[in-house]
Every structure is written in C-alpha cells, then in structure tokens.
Ligand binder design. Structure first.
Ligand SMILES: NC(=O)c1ccc[n+]([C@@H]2O[C@H](COP(=O)([O-])OP(=O)(O)OC[C@H]3O[C@@H](n4cnc5c(N)ncnc54)[C@H](OP(=O)(O)O)[C@@H]3O)[C@@H](O)[C@H]2O)c1
Length: 359
C-alpha cells in the first residue's frame, strides 16, 4: 500500500485530537496538514491547541510544530497538497455542507465525522463492518459534483455505533422493533470534566438532535444502493432516548428488540461471536480482530473496563435475556471518540484506500 498525505480539518477539537493520535505512526496515512478556525490559524499546533489538548498521550512530536491552516480561507492550498482530508468541525450545518462540498469539488476527498452530509442520498454513511458496499454510490456522487477524484464519505453518529453492529447479524431473523436508551459520555460533546464541571454527579436527559439521528441513521446504514442513491430501509421500527451521563468516554446502550422469527439466546450469542466484516477479511490496520464481543458476566460491559477493547474499536455486549414485552434485551458499549468518531473515520478511510478511492 502506498503512503497517503492527509489533512485533518478541525484538528484542535476533541475528535481532531483523536485523529492525530491515531494517525501518528499509521502505516498508510501521514498527517501533513492541520487546519481549524481562523482563531487557531497561523499558530504552531501545540500553541493553537494549548490547554484544549485532552488526550492521555502528549501531542505527537511530528505535529506539534506544524502551522495550523485556516480550513476555510486556505482550502485551495490544503486541497492541493494532500491526498484526502478527515473533517470534524463544530460549525453550522449549512457551513459544513458547503465546506465539505467545496473540498470535494477541489478534488480533495473528505472523510467526515460531521452530521451535515449524512442524509444526502449519494453520500455513503458507512460502518465498515456493516455496509461497506455503500461506498459504490461515490461514482454517482462524483457525477453530480462533476469531479474525477473528489467526494464525501461519512461515518454515522457515535450513538448508533454500539447497537447497530450488535443488531446487524440478527437481521436474518427479521428485526421488527427496536427500543434503545443510550447513556452517552461527555467527550461526545467535545468536553471533559474540567471543561464541563456541571456534569459531575449529574445526568442531563437531553442531547440536541441525538434521538432523531439515532432513529433515522440505522435505516440509511441498512439501506440499499438503487439508481445511484442509498434508499433507506423501511424496518425495523426504532425508538430511542439519549441521556448525557457522567462518564468521560464510552457510549452505552440498553436495547430491547423483537423479531419476526424469534431466535434462541444461543443462536444470538453465536451470531455475535462468528460475525466478521470486510475490514476483518481485508485485515485493515485499524480493524478489531473480534468486532462483537459477548460477556457472560452480569456486570459487563462496563465503560471503564471495556471501552478500550481492541484499541477502542470493538463493541462489547452483555446481559442478553428474554424480556416481558420485547423478545430480548441486552446492553452494549462502544468507545464514542474511537470507534464512534475518529477510529471509525480512520477505518472508513482504510476501506476507501484499500478499494482505490484515493488514487
Ligand atoms: N466528540 C465526539 O464523540 C463526536 C462523535 C462523532 C461526531 N462528532 C462530530 O465531530 C465534529 C467535531 O466534534 P468535536 O467534539 O471534535 O468538537 P470540538 O472539540 O468543539 O472541535 C471543533 C473543531 O472545529 C473547529 N472549528 C470551529 N469553527 C470553525 C470554523 N469556522 N472553521 C474551521 N474550523 C472550525 C475548531 O477549531 P478552533 O479550535 O480553531 O476553534 C475545532 O478544531 C462535530 O460535527 C461533532 O458532531 C463528535
């Protein structure tokens, strides 16, 4: 595999910092450009990120002295100097739509963590183990944009990254209805306990826009490529409640599910243990060896014990049992800034690189 030069747009943010730590020493991708808002532009990265650096490891040495570029004003220079960019910015939806499309039209592919483009029918929203074939829609997107190389591919919201993978191998039993309550970490809001002290000893029962995304996005991920666009699946029925909880990293979901043909508990656990996706078959550098991990202990999964499983790229599942109203209930967990954000973005980029989309 050749080496690709990459840019990180939103490099000073929580997800951007994760990108930088994950890409330090990556076998295929080398960060050559860091970009953020005009507030950070022109400063060396270490100075621009300053006290906002929230990772447990220091700023990678090779990044610390890079001069931060302005993601908006410098886009022609950035697009011309890298093979593709990761993008994770905190901007208005319309501004993100036009920023990402501008990079794509400048022939710079964008692998995005932002939600703005997720429901655009010719933009693939990919969980690489679940719907890798959706990247084929990029050919139609390039026709719409009039580009040879430029396109946008997105990863899904962090909240669905635990329960959609767990439900995916069970679709063969006919998923009829799903109820998911998510318990979401504060890093999902780009915060730490130092920057959000009100979250200590507290739960906030509302995360703007999260329930809508958690109910709609699985249907696109399970959709079909038809006539140059992704057509959303019409089932299962999904309802969610999303709560912010006092946890630094790791989104947990309590899931209830009913099927057309109810499987046995052993069938479900077996389906989870045996599940492998394209990233495992292609042995992509960031792919977990075992994606879905079932714990039989009643007190697992736990955020502190299990969120870092397989470098934070695996999903942990536990407490599968019959329910009085649904067929089954269980609990699952994924790391929101690794699998749910930057790690999921890097894995998607590895899939795109392996399939030649950056060449
Ligand atoms: N945190 C998560 O777990 C998570 C998970 C999935 C998806 N996401 C999504 O990822 C994106 C970033 O989230 P985050 O938590 O990393 O946010 P964050 O910590 O607030 O970081 C925001 C980044 O956006 C940059 N930015 C803000 N305004 C800009 C502008 N006008 N032009 C260019 N850059 C600008 C900031 O640069 P400055 O430092 O210069 O202001 C910073 O680098 C959001 O769309 C979020 O919804 C987050």
């Amino acid at each position: 595999m050749r080496r690709y030069n990459v840019g990180v747009i939103g490099a000073t943010g929580m997800v951007g910092q994760r990108f930088l730590t994950l890409l330090s020493g990556h076998p295929w991708f080398k960060v050559t450009v860091v970009a953020a808002s005009s507030r950070s532009a022109g400063k060396p990265y270490r100075e621009a990120v300053g006290a906002k650096w929230a990772m447990s490891v220091p700023v990678p040495e090779e990044i610390a002295s890079l001069t931060v570029m302005d993601a908006v004003a410098d886009k022609e220079i950035i697009a011309g100097s890298v093979d593709f960019c990761f993008c994770a910015v905190d901007m208005k939806k319309d501004d993100i739509l036009s920023l990402e499309e501008a990079y794509a039209r400048l022939e710079c592919p964008i692998v995005s963590n932002n939600s703005a483009n997720r429901q655009v029918p010719d933009v693939p929203m990919v969980v690489p183990e679940v719907n890798p074939e959706h990247i084929e829609v990029i050919e139609w997107q390039k026709k719409r944009l009039g580009t040879k190389k430029g396109f946008i591919a997105v990863k899904s919201n962090c909240s669905i990254q635990s329960y959609v993978p767990a439900l995916h191998p069970l679709r063969k039993y006919g998923l009829r209805s799903v109820l998911a309550c998510t318990y979401q970490a504060i890093s999902g809001a780009g915060k730490t306990f130092a920057t959000w002290p009100e979250m200590t000893d507290n739960i906030i029962p509302y995360i703007a826009g999260e329930e809508e995304k958690s109910e709609k996005e699985p249907l696109k991920v399970w959709g079909e490529l038809r006539d140059g666009k992704i057509v959303n699946a019409s089932s299962p029925l999904i309802t969610t409640q999303c709560l912010r909880v006092p946890v630094s990293d790791g989104h947990t979901a309590a899931v209830f599910v009913s099927f057309d043909k109810k499987p046995s508990k052993e069938d479900i656990i077996n389906d989870w243990r045996e599940f492998k996706g394209v990233p495992q078959e292609l042995e992509l550098p960031s792919a977990p060896k075992q994606f879905l991990n079932y714990f039989s202990d009643d007190n697992r999964p736990q955020t502190r014990l299990d969120r870092d499983l397989e470098r934070g790229m695996a999903v942990s599942i536990g407490r599968l049992r019959e329910d009085t109203q649904y067929d089954y209930k269980f609990v699952c967990l994924s790391h929101n800034t690794l699998r749910g954000a930057a790690g999921g973005g890097v894995l998607l980029a590895e899939l795109l690189a392996a399939k030649g989309y950056f060449d």
